[in-house]
Write a protein that binds this ligand. Structure first.
Ligand code: SIN
Length: 177
C-alpha cells in the first residue's frame, strides 16, 4: 500500500453509492459496533425542516458490523468528509478482511453528540419516518431498500435493517392495495 492511500470502511450508503474513485475494494468488518438508523439526515435523505433517518454505528461489545472497505487516495477523503458532513466524524479503527488480515482504516460515525442525531425509537416509528422522508439524494425508502439489498449481496444478515425493510414493504403494500 502506498503511503498516500487509506482504507475507508463503509456500512451504509458507502456500500452501494460509490461516487468516488478507489484503488481496490473488499468486504470487511469492524468489531464493537452495530448499524442503526439513528442519525438524522438534513442534506441527503431529508430536509432541514424534515430530516430523514440514515445509519450510524452504535457501540456494542462483541458486535461485528459488516460492510465494504475501499482503499482510496488521501485526497478522496475531502470528498467523503463533505458527503458525510451532517454529523459524521472520522474514526480510525481496525478493519478485518475476509482473508484474516487486519488493517487500520477510517470509518465515518455520527455519535449522539451531534446536532442531527435522532437516536433510538420503536422500529415501527423508524419505518414510518423513513417512508415519509426524502431529500436531495432521493427518497429515504430508497436508502433503506438499497442498503438491505447490498447487505444481501454481501451475504450479511442485519436484523435491524431487514426488520425495517419488512415493515416498510408491508406498509407500502397496504398503501398500494
Ligand atoms: C457509511 O455509509 O459508511 C456512512 C453512512 C452513510 O453515508 O450512509
Amino acid at each position: 500500500m502506498t503511503s498516500t492511500s487509506q482504507w475507508v470502511f463503509g456500512y451504509g450508503s458507502l456500500i452501494y453509492k460509490v461516487d468516488f474513485p478507489y484503488l481496490e475494494s473488499q468486504p470487511a468488518s469492524i468489531c464493537g459496533w452495530v448499524r442503526r438508523f439513528w442519525q438524522g439526515s438534513h442534506d441527503h435523505r431529508g430536509l432541514p425542516e424534515a430530516p430523514g433517518r440514515v445509519v450510524t454505528l452504535a457501540p456494542q461489545a462483541d458486535a461485528v458490523c459488516h460492510g465494504m472497505a475501499y482503499r482510496v487516495e488521501e485526497d478522496v477523503l475531502a470528498h467523503l468528509d463533505f458527503r458525510e458532513k451532517d454529523g459524521y466524524q472520522r474514526v480510525v479503527t481496525a478493519l478485518q478482511f475476509a482473508d484474516g488480515h487486519q488493517q487500520q482504516g477510517i470509518v465515518y460515525i455520527a455519535t449522539e453528540h451531534n446536532a442531527a442525531y435522532l437516536g433510538d425509537a420503536p422500529l415501527s416509528e423508524i419505518a414510518a419516518h423513513i417512508q415519509r422522508s426524502a431529500g436531495p439524494s432521493g427518497s429515504n425508502q430508497d436508502y433503506l431498500l438499497r442498503l438491505a439489498e447490498s447487505l444481501r449481496q454481501l451475504a450479511v444478515y442485519d436484523e435491524h435493517v431487514f426488520e425495517l425493510e419488512a415493515l416498510l414493504l408491508s406498509e407500502t403494500s397496504q398503501t398500494v392495495s
